[in-house]
Design a protein around this ligand. Sequence first.
Ligand code: SAM
Length: 363
Amino acid sequence: MERQEILQWLREESNAALETLWSRADETRRCAVGDEVYLRGLIEFSNFCINNCAYCGLRVDNRTNRRYRMPEEEILDAAQKAASLGYGTIVLQSGNDPYNTDAWVAELVRKIKRTANIAVTLSLGEQAFETLALWREAGADRYLLRFETSDVRLFRRIHPSNCGEGHIRITLLQWLAELGYEIGGGMMVGLPGQSYESLAADLEICAQLDLDMIGIGPYIAHRETPLGRQAANYVLPPDQQVPNTETMACKALALARLMRPDANIPATTALATADKANGLAHGLTRGANIVMPNVTPIHYRRHYVIYPDRYSEVMDPDSHYRYVVDALSALGRPIGKGPGASPALARKGNGFKAADGGPGGDV
Ligand code: SAM
């Protein structure tokens, strides 16, 4: 898609015209990846973070956050819980916690892979090449690392840990692909300082990197962060600034589907939080084919405050499962069986190998 067309859609405000975008994205999703929706069990096992990202409530300088680290046994139990709910994938996510040593994470991945036929996705932030290689050898199948914004100047402003040349997260995504991971990237929509041009460039980068998974959600302000408190210092003039609305996030999601038809694209927690009544259903009917129900024990949930008031904050693993199942059944969408690897892997030739060769697995 040409830059001009992307920009036109991002700036489109007529509901009638947007219906065309939603139905084109939905049809593309149906033809390229089918009606199945794959569920990934999300385990947020630590909210300690050494970074100071200007947008994120886990940032080290946020002293209002009660910090936790799940004991290993509890992480393994959560992985079993995900498997027992039929999820073919778990996503292990945390802040950039120094306690996540290379060897400990590698052993954790091995233990999970020994006990469950489940794909393991890591979402553990920026890491050294050797670390990522070790975790891949240990059996990790996928890695999620949003590049957040492809605008290097904005990225550096809101992400002070980035040093060196270029955009560290885009380089890391390239390394992850070389290591044979399925790679997931993506961005926040409506970051103060994000222009329409830069959001269009984000979408182009998703296509150029040939991402297997594209995570897109609206930026949600957290008042204990610099970006939440001082948005006025960052925000652009109204005709340039992308708003952080649910509709704008849906436009980006729909365009991502048109530009990367066979990617796995989640209806993200942030999207479902931005519009608690409709966000999940909108995501799933405007291009998404993945949902990530939370399997973190409920007593930790409200402390993983990336942003406030997440829609799933009060749901324990069973109720989140039922909530998603009900939403899917209302939409007439079946739950995908197995790990739900990106169909793009068939042309790339890497990724999760299911022991039973189940759907979406043996590629
Ligand atoms: N530490 C890992 C990392 O940095 O990638 C994973 C955890 S991080 C909290 C997960 C994602 O949360 C980020 O990639 C970012 O896109 C999203 N996030 C953080 N703060 C947010 C906010 N205020 N609004 C929306 N999404 C946010």
